[in-house]
Design a protein. Structure first.
Lengths: 251, 585
């Protein structure tokens, strides 16, 4: 345990864009001495502190839970605080998250995601309002486990950057927002599925998804949005059958 | 400068700010709410809290016990009227979150589960695995989306409070995306801007925790209270400082030195408890101040383990087994594996104490009101005197909720008969902000580097204002921070662009941290006693005759701040002995 930390010269190739002065984006090369155990974010922080204060990116927690530091690293969506230098050889290329407009350098505008998140109504829509004085809703561990995985989304938007459908069809509500809709649909305290289906069970909703599964591959929180979307397709198909094929059926 | 007129402006959209916004929207739907934050709400540092939130819910527990644990844990520096209010509101707030969908862990019968936590005599910590803060933050944020009266101003960096007629009536802020300044006119302002742990080099705190809210209130004339009480969490990863939750020990993890000895028994927290059978309020479930201080003594004695990341002790959770670890501590397992290469199922993990939480902050009373009329504060940025000299783990997530809501109710009451702000008078303050920012951009004589000053500040804080403090060290700390504040006037802004200029925000954040650091050092030098998280090697005893008082630090521009004191509110628990000896049935 007492061996000294290994150092390594890291070369970063970072996309730069300043709308004040640049007509188009360009790459800038930095060389910085890093510790072998560092993450890409540590390398960026060293560049900013010691070499170039004008480099811009978001970060905060450095433990993969705040979701601020999503970027493309060698072409893959990653949290830079969870992208270990030991996983990369040669020049590391760092770009802003794909499929979102660039504000500046590695900072993208998440407005589209924020608007879509709101549209799916990601909050409990009570079946019956229960006063606080009556205590908690009973929810068994099994009922909790039905939705818990889908409540782990940190809103980092890596899944949007990975999703080929979102790249082609920006109207697509997308993996994270739909998964959060599903999370509330599955919650034993909730009665809002029908309201959410008005957004989720449409062509902009789950039916745009072609089950490529890239969202689940890149998710740093192991949420598995692809499985949520497949489950949603099944339930909305059942809705359709109940409504159209079963006599007297009404979803 | 564009003016945005609102009724209540909230600065900070973490747990406290969101809870305040929802309480305002629910209670007073006629009011306009501006929720201003330098980050998108779900990036707020509430998300990094792991262990859980304390509230009396089980039949074997009582309000009196939660009261006693909190007051004793705080070494009698808590205001007892505040603690009383807090413990009664706590379960209501946690139930409210349950109704909003928070995925609390459950017992087999479907009721909410609770876990043991340090310094608590009963199991009363509600938890959502080891991502409790994350789930609380996202539940609040998602719930807030249904209220049309909450207008969010995401990525607006708040700059200065606007004060007229003796009342706080707004705030200036920069839209980070455009670099444009805005003035918010409001009849009440709530600050919920979080702590300032980044003034130290080794901290669990995210990059955003730079004390902007505290400094803003301080500059506007509201005093900072008890800033010298800085909590070290006993178990941080030695390289990144990432938090390994106290729930590690709540679930049965133990701390051992290089000889394999559970050393806490040597520091008044014994006798040793059987492995895998954690007992409440003793050994590894002692309070954070005592457990972190024990590390320091082990370090002096040469009992720590030398690692490539420095001196450590070991947190051993192997006996919990893989199943329990995966169910109760999945994030801890992932963090230790990813950042340190240690699988806690197979190996003990090296850890050391790390700066975690500011007990001090903007002085508020139980109504979440500051001495400046119209200004309210809640959460870590505030010092409502719940936590006294040492916060118990799992009280702060509840504090966000209880006092976030209370700040909203107080703001509603405050503005009931108030006239609209006087726009012409507020313009004076807004112009001052514009001048201050303009000078940073136009100045060509900046000679001090931002990152250089920041490093000197952090090194000073670590060296002189750590777990144990001395007169000479604190004098050096006070002098150095004061010098840095003077040198900060010559700070160089390298980036002169308007769009998302993080060089500018880091310069501004450094200014906030220096103001806070001065209050910490000055308060620590003046408090010649040892209490809770403030330990002096030269004044080793608690001194209730002279220091059963809150330190109040008042900003004096570039001069040294003024210090005075406020009596602690004692209602029913006179100062006593903190007993974590395990013999307290």
């Amino acid at each position: 345990m007492t061996t000294p930390l290994k150092e390594r010269l890291v070369q970063l190739e970072v996309l730069r864009y300043n709308p004040d002065t640049d007509t188009e984006a360009h790459f800038q090369r930095y060389e910085v001495v890093c510790q072998e155990e560092w993450v890409v974010l540590d390398a960026l922080n060293k560049v900013k502190a010691d070499i170039d204060p004008t480099l811009n990116y978001r970060w905060s927690c450095h433990m993969a839970v705040c979701g601020s530091c999503g970027m493309m690293i060698n072409g893959e969506p990653k949290l830079s605080c969870h992208a270990f230098l030991r996983s990369y050889e040669g020049v590391i290329r760092v770009e802003p998250l794909a499929h979102f407009p660039i504000e500046r350098d590695l900072v993208t505008a998440p407005d589209d995601f924020m608007e879509k998140l709101k549209r799916v109504k990601p909050y409990v829509i009570s079946k019956q309002k229960k006063p606080i004085e009556e205590g908690e809703h009973k929810q068994t561990p099994a009922q909790l486990m039905k939705f818990r995985q889908y409540s782990m989304c940190i809103n980092c938007m890596l899944c949007y950057a990975a999703c080929p459908e979102y790249g082609l069809e920006p109207e697509f509500i997308g993996p994270a927002a739909l998964t959060l809709a599903h999370r509330y649909n599955l919650d034993s305290r909730d009665g809002g599925r029908k309201e959410r289906q008005e957004v989720a069970a449409t062509l902009e909703g789950v039916w745009t998804c072609t089950f490529v599964g890239a969202c689940s591959e890149v998710c740093p929180a192991h949420v598995d949005p692809a499985s949520a979307l497949q489950q949603m397709k099944i339930t909305s198909s059942i809705d359709w059958i109940v409504e159209h094929l079963i006599p007297g059926g009404k979803s | 400068m564009e003016t945005i007129t609102t009724d209540v402006a909230i600065i900070g959209a973490g747990g406290a700010g969101l809870r305040a916004a929802i309480a305002l929207a629910e209670t007073a739907p006629q009011l306009r709410i501006a929720l201003i934050s330098k980050v998108y709400p779900m990036r707020s540092h509430t998300c990094a809290a792991e262990g859980g939130a304390a509230g009396v819910i089980k039949p074997d527990d009582s309000f009196d016990l939660h009261f006693d644990d909190t007051v004793g844990g705080g070494d009698w520096l808590s205001d007892q009227d505040c603690v009383e209010y807090f413990i009664h509101e706590a379960p209501k707030e946690l139930l409210q979150l349950e109704h909003w969908g928070c995925p609390w862990n459950r017992e087999a019968d479907g009721s909410v589960a609770v876990r043991p936590f340090g310094g608590m005599k009963k199991k009363r910590t509600w938890f959502a695995a080891d991502k409790s803060g994350f789930h609380i933050l996202h539940t609040l944020f998602q719930t807030s989306l249904q209220f049309p009266t909450i207008t969010r101003f995401d990525e607006y960096y708040a700059l200065d409070l606007l004060v007229d007629d003796g009342r706080c009536q707004g705030v200036t802020a920069m839209e980070m995306r455009s670099g444009e300044l805005r003035q918010f006119h409001a009849r009440a302002v709530i600050i919920a801007g979080g702590g300032a742990g980044r003034m130290f080099p080794f901290s669990t705190n995210g990059a955003i925790k730079t004390g902007d809210g505290m400094a803003m209130a301080y500059r506007a004339g509201a005093p900072l209270k008890d800033m010298e009480f800085v909590q070290y969490h006993p178990t941080g990863l030695p390289n990144t400082g990432s938090l390994l939750t106290e729930a590690c020990r709540g679930e049965g993890g133990v701390l051992v030195n290089k000889h394999g000895r559970r050393y806490l028994q040597d520091y008044g927290m014994g006798p040793e408890t059987p492995l895998g059978q954690p007992q409440l309020k003793t050994m590894e479930l002692g309070p954070r101040d005592r457990v972190s201080q024990a590390y320091w003594h082990e370090l002096q004695k040469g009992n720590t383990v030398t690692t490539q990341w420095g001196e450590c002790v070991l947190l051993d959770m192997r006996h919990l087994g893989e199943k329990k670890i995966n169910e109760r501590l999945p994030l801890v397992r992932e963090l230790a594996d990813a950042y340190l290469g240690v699988d806690i199922v197979k190996d003990a993990v090296p850890i050391r104490p790390v700066v975690h939480y500011m007990m001090g902050g903007i002085s508020t009373n139980t109504a979440a009101a500051t001495p400046l009329p119209g200004l309210f504060a809640a959460g870590e940025c505030a010092c409502v005197s719940l936590n006294g000299a040492n916060r118990l783990g799992s009280n702060s997530l509840v504090e966000l909720l209880v006092f976030g809501r209370r700040a909203a109710l107080s703001a509603i009451e405050h503005i009931a008969d108030l006239p609209a702000p006087n726009a012409a008078a507020l313009k004076v303050g807004a112009d001052a902000t514009a001048k201050r920012i303009g000078e940073l951009f136009s100045g060509s004589d900046g000679t001090e580097s931002m990152s250089g000053l920041r490093k000197e500040m952090q090194d000073t804080m670590e060296k002189n204002v750590g777990i144990y403090r001395t007169e000479a060290g604190l004098q050096e700390g006070v002098a150095k921070i004061h010098e840095l504040r003077q040198r900060y006037r010559k700070v160089k802004l390298t980036d002169k662009s308007s769009v998302f200029n993080t060089d500018l925000f880091q310069v501004l954040e450094l200014g906030s941290m220096l103001d806070c650091a001065e209050a910490v050092t000055v308060g620590a030098l003046a408090r010649k006693e040892s209490r809770g998280a403030h330990q002096r090697l030269d004044y080793v005893e608690r001194d209730d005759r002279n220091f059963l008082r809150h330190t109040m630090v008042h900003h004096q521009g570039l001069d040294m701040p003024r210090v005075d004191y406020l009596d602690v509110v004692i209602t029913k628990s006179p100062p006593g002995v903190r007993d974590y000896s395990g013999d307290h049935k």
